[in-house]
Design a protein around this ligand. Structure first.
Ligand SMILES: Cc1cc2nc3c(=O)[nH]c(=O)nc-3n(C[C@H](O)[C@H](O)[C@H](O)COP(=O)(O)OP(=O)(O)OC[C@H]3O[C@@H](n4cnc5c(N)ncnc54)[C@H](O)[C@@H]3O)c2cc1C
Length: 326
């Protein structure tokens, strides 16, 4: 049996990445001679959700319930998964390669002392179980063999397209109340704060983005960059260093763990162009880099580059734009 952790949205729906993971599981099940697929989720699902999972070929939906499951807790979710697994005897435990999926399965791997492959994009063989997975933020692929059972892995987002099965599963609902130790509850979500809606929407759809990195030097070092963004009717996008230092808010971050942008023009100022940043801006049609280092990766990849101090260049550009506009 293949056991898939399914994440449920606040609206009570199976999130797309989890539906992708179930779709991936079906290929695995077929290669294994038609082994059944069971889903594990947290909370009591509505009929519609159970129906959707059945349409994806799920035989049983195990719903983890009880006080330990009122908010996210990686160790408690892992305890529940393993309790279901021990009873049903699955050969594979998998999830979507989301922050929660990777965290829960890392707990499962640690508790069973088994290896785990994160962010898998395909499997090549069943014995030994061989997978290809993304590493370095998706910039490289590596092959990995999981020799022991159960095979534990997460599926990279969009490795497959989510699609219902030709033959639906029975979709039998089984309510579970796993035993969760107090020690498993020490790290759990106690409150959540929704980001203000649409804050990064403007960034992801902007035609022009002014980027800023550590080269800005300080929170105050953004004044000229913000003025340039205003003059160009552009959005501001920043590197992770900038958000980590608290110079700018997280919703402005571009990159692997921020927004992915595809503007007509991106102007990264004082950004080195680390692979994780590049992952979020490589779709820009034109890149004009401003940097003191002619060998910075962003400079070598840019369409055009100006080598120099952004604190001299940006005020001069702003002054010239203002002068030309009268
Ligand atoms: C798992 C993981 C996820 C990550 N996700 C992201 C992500 O989503 N987005 C992201 O951006 N990073 C991400 N990072 C961090 C990333 O690896 C880099 O550390 C980060 O992008 C570097 O930011 P930076 O370019 O601003 O700083 P630096 O690498 O320090 O570069 C600063 C640049 O500014 C230039 N400079 C300095 N002074 C001036 C000046 N006065 N004028 C002009 N140029 C100047 C320097 O020459 C240098 O090129 C991630 C890292 C990890 C491990």
């Amino acid at each position: 049996m293949i056991l898939v952790l399914v994440e449920v949205s606040p609206a009570g729906e199976a999130v797309e990445t989890s539906r992708e993971a179930v779709t991936f599981a079906r290929d695995l099940a077929a290669a294994g001679g038609g082994v059944p697929i069971d889903a594990v989720l947290v909370g009591t699902p509505g009929d519609a959700l159970v129906g959707v999972l059945a349409s994806y070929g799920v035989r049983r939906v195990h719903a983890l319930t009880g006080p330990a499951y009122e908010s996210f807790c990686g160790a408690a979710w892992a305890a529940g998964l393993l309790e279901v697994r021990e009873r049903a005897g699955s050969v594979v435990v998998m999830a979507a390669g989301t922050p929660r999926g990777n965290e829960v399965l890392a707990h499962v791997a640690a508790r069973t002392s088994l290896p785990m492959a994160a962010n898998v994009v395909s499997f090549e063989g069943l014995s030994p179980f061989t997978v290809t997975r993304q590493v370095v933020g998706g910039a490289a692929l590596e092959e990995m063999r999981l020799a022991q059972r159960p095979a534990i892995f997460t599926v990279a987002g969009h490795a497959v397209a989510a699609a219902p099965a030709e033959a639906p599963g029975a979709g039998e609902l089984v309510v579970e109340t796993p035993t969760v130790a107090d020690a498993d509850l020490v790290a759990r979500v106690v409150s959540t704060e929704e980001p203000e809606p649409d804050l990064s929407g403007a960034l992801t759809s902007a035609r022009v983005v002014v980027g800023a990195g550590r080269g800005a030097g300080s929170a105050e070092g953004f004044d000229d960059l913000l003025e340039l963004a205003d003059l160009l009717d552009a959005s501001l996008g920043v590197s992770r260093v900038v958000t980590s230092l608290g110079w700018r808010p997280h919703h402005e971050q571009v990159g692997q763990t921020g927004s992915r942008i595809s503007p007509d023009l991106y102007i990264p100022c004082g950004i080195s162009g680390a692979i994780q940043h590049w992952a979020g801006c490589s779709s820009a049609k034109t890149i004009l880099a401003i940097n003191t280092d002619p060998d910075a990766p962003m400079v070598t990849k840019a369409t055009h580059a100006v080598i120099g101090d952004l604190h001299e260049i940006i005020p001069a550009v702003n002054a010239e734009i203002r002068r030309r506009r009268g």
